[in-house]
Design a protein around this ligand. Structure first.
Ligand code: BTN
Length: 265
């Protein structure tokens, strides 16, 4: 591990497990891919893969994740959850809350909002994407989940396709943000919120998510994955397991486990 960002971060860690084993690379295809390989070779829970640049960064719904070299945080953490697979949605909720609260320390209090399931927004624009990938399908109880985080930190220009929707901590705060203390803070928040959902603390994590849920009470449309189907309704909050609760125009409450918000009114 010779990456300066990794060494600087490890010197500041206050976690028990997250980031204690760390592999840092100047460039990889995808940190999620590297972490999945490391997990298969026995990486402990909390093992973290970090890079300055990804050539094939993965986003949700099969999209790419692009980020300028050396200005952002691109990392993945190996999780070995013991909670039942039908509650894995809570991992997504925990990750979103953790990133939101950690970045607020570097921008301003109460500045981060969440777009279900776990985009983190600053000033209504996306600052962070989170991708959880499970390498063993439920109901296998030895599931390994890789939690990937792409956080725009000091990037100030975005490709045309993202120019109107993306932001960074630097743009939102008006000043450059030091990455090692930010990453150390993120890993602490991720570990704490992850441990909470694993050990009977899911209620407080759900509450923190709801407080930051940008669309609460407003109407939105969702595209359901793998279909052309959309579902519209008013956001009521999330369920016990992290699914979105929507009330449709005819007053019926629907639960959405996976989907992509297309429009918000
Ligand atoms: C999204 O589409 O919003 C999720 C983006 C997740 C990107 C991160 S960057 C680090 C990790 N490695 C990947 O290949 N993807 C995730």
């Amino acid at each position: 591990m010779s990456l300066p960002l990794a060494a600087d971060t490890q010197g500041r860690l206050s976690t028990d497990r997250f980031g204690r084993s760390m592999r840092g690379f100047e460039e990889v295809g995808s940190t999620n891919e590297r972490a999945t390989q490391w997990a298969a070779a026995g990486a402990p829970e909390g093992a973290t893969v970090l890079t300055e640049y990804q050539t094939t960064g993965r986003g949700r719904h099969g999209r790419d994740w692009t980020a300028d070299k050396g200005r952002n945080l691109l990392f993945s953490v190996v999780l070995r959850p013991t909670l039942p697979p039908d509650r894995f949605g809570l991992l997504t909720v925990a990750a979103g809350v953790a990133v939101a609260e950690a970045i607020e320390d570097f921008v301003s209090p109460h500045s981060a909002a969440l777009k279900w399931p776990n985009d983190v927004l600053l000033e209504g624009r996306k600052a962070c994407g989170i991708l959880l990938e499970s390498s063993l399908a439920p109901p296998n109880t030895d599931a390994v989940v890789v939690l990937g985080v792409g956080l725009n930190v000091n990037q100030t220009d975005f490709p045309d396709a993202l120019a109107d929707t993306a932001t960074s901590l630097r743009l939102a705060s008006g000043r450059p943000v030091p990455r090692p203390p930010l990453l150390a803070r993120l890993l602490r928040a991720l570990e704490r919120r992850y441990d909470a959902v694993q050990h009977n603390g899911a209620g407080s994590v759900r509450g923190a998510f709801r407080e930051r849920l940008a669309a609460l009470g407003s109407s939105l449309s969702l595209r359901l994955p793998g279909t052309d189907e959309t579902l519209s309704g008013t956001v009521q909050g999330i369920t016990e397991t992290g699914a979105l609760r929507l009330r449709t125009a005819d007053g019926v409450e629907k639960t959405v486990h996976a989907g992509e918000v297309t429009t918000r009114r």
